[in-house]
Ligand binder design. Structure first.
Ligand SMILES: NC(=O)C1=CN([C@@H]2O[C@H](COP(=O)(O)OP(=O)(O)OC[C@H]3O[C@@H](n4cnc5c(N)ncnc54)[C@H](OP(=O)(O)O)[C@@H]3O)[C@@H](O)[C@H]2O)C=CC1
Ligand SMILES: O=C(O)C1=N[C@H](C(=O)O)C[C@H](O)C1
Length: 261
């Protein structure tokens, strides 16, 4: 029997790429969608509803959420409460939010996979960054995105910074508290003390999303960079992989890298 998918954000930039891909995949079936503007219509045989609550009345196995930062947490909590596994693509949530969702998911015995970025090259950037952090102490992140992106940092940069802060070696750069001038220009901090990670978010026309990890060592430097193009195609395969696998554990896992060999 195919995994039955409820797709929240079915009419969005990513949702419009996911819906036909799910329909074309034998082991997945789109059974319902959520979009306020398309409520009352259908995508193939799947009815579209204005709210997650209405859509959860249709039997399904996995919620895939590509909506908005101010919507995703309530959607995920409602789906977990209804016993659904959840794949989160939407940005905007951080470690504290995921700790709350983890407790809810464990209580219901369901799995959650949240990835700041489901593209393969962004996932490789995370993997290579975590590897380099074993050897080089000083690292900062630049987050490039479109002028209209509602959240900062991006989900991509946030997951990377929060994970990196847990494994990196202590920085040799001057602590932010000791910086004079306008310390905010040193960026936003993730983590604590000398293993905090600074993220610098740029929001400019012409960018879709880019993330750059810069390592500095005495007299040498390493830059690792991912740039997204203008289509949502890079996110489809990783999201569908997560939908197939998310029933395999209980609680929240973060990052597509956790599913790769
Ligand atoms: N993890 C990853 O790899 C990626 C993550 N993203 C993230 O995914 C999210 C979605 O991106 P994108 O597809 O570009 O967004 P869009 O703005 O194109 O689409 C948003 C979708 O959510 C629906 N929606 C918005 N508000 C509500 C609401 N209150 N209730 C129900 N449905 C709602 C919209 O439909 P309607 O307005 O009709 O309700 C629409 O279908 C963003 O946070 C983005 O940063 C994007 C790309 C990759
Ligand atoms: O808002 C976007 O467009 C994107 N957001 C994701 C993020 O917040 O990291 C990533 C994706 O490449 C595009």
């Amino acid at each position: 029997m195919p995994v039955r998918i409820l797709l929240a954000g079915a009419t969005g930039w990513v949702g419009r790429a996911l819906a036909p891909a799910i329909a074309a995949t034998a082991d997945l079936a789109l059974v319902a969608g959520v979009s306020r503007s398309a409520a009352g219509t259908a995508i193939g045989d799947a009815p579209v509803f204005a709210s997650i609550e209405e859509a959860l009345a249709v039997p399904s196995d996995v919620l895939i959420d590509y909506t908005k930062p101010n919507v995703v947490k309530a959607n995920a909590a409602a789906a977990i409460a209804a016993g659904r596994h959840v794949v989160i693509g939407t940005s905007g949530l951080g470690a504290d939010d995921y700790a709350e969702l983890d407790a809810l998911a464990r209580a219901k015995g369901v799995g959650v996979l949240a990835a700041g970025n489901f593209s393969i090259t962004a996932t490789l950037l995370k993997r290579f960054t975590l590897e380099a952090a074993k050897y080089v102490s000083d690292v900062e992140i630049i987050d490039y995105a479109s002028a209209g992106k509602p959240d900062a940092p991006s989900g991509t940069a946030r997951e990377l910074a929060e994970t990196l802060a847990g494994v990196r070696r202590p920085a040799t750069s001057r602590p932010i508290e000791e910086v004079s001038g306008v310390p905010a220009t040193r960026g936003g901090s993730f983590g604590e003390g000398a293993t905090r990670v600074q993220v610098h978010a740029l929001r400019l026309p012409s960018f879709v999303l880019g993330v750059e990890t810069i390592f500095g060592a005495p007299d040498e430097r390493l830059t690792i960079r991912h740039d997204a193009g203008s289509s949502a195609a890079p996110y489809v395969a990783g999201t569908l992989l997560a939908a197939r696998k998310v029933a395999g554990w209980t609680g929240v896992r973060r990052g597509l890298d956790t599913l790769l060999d």
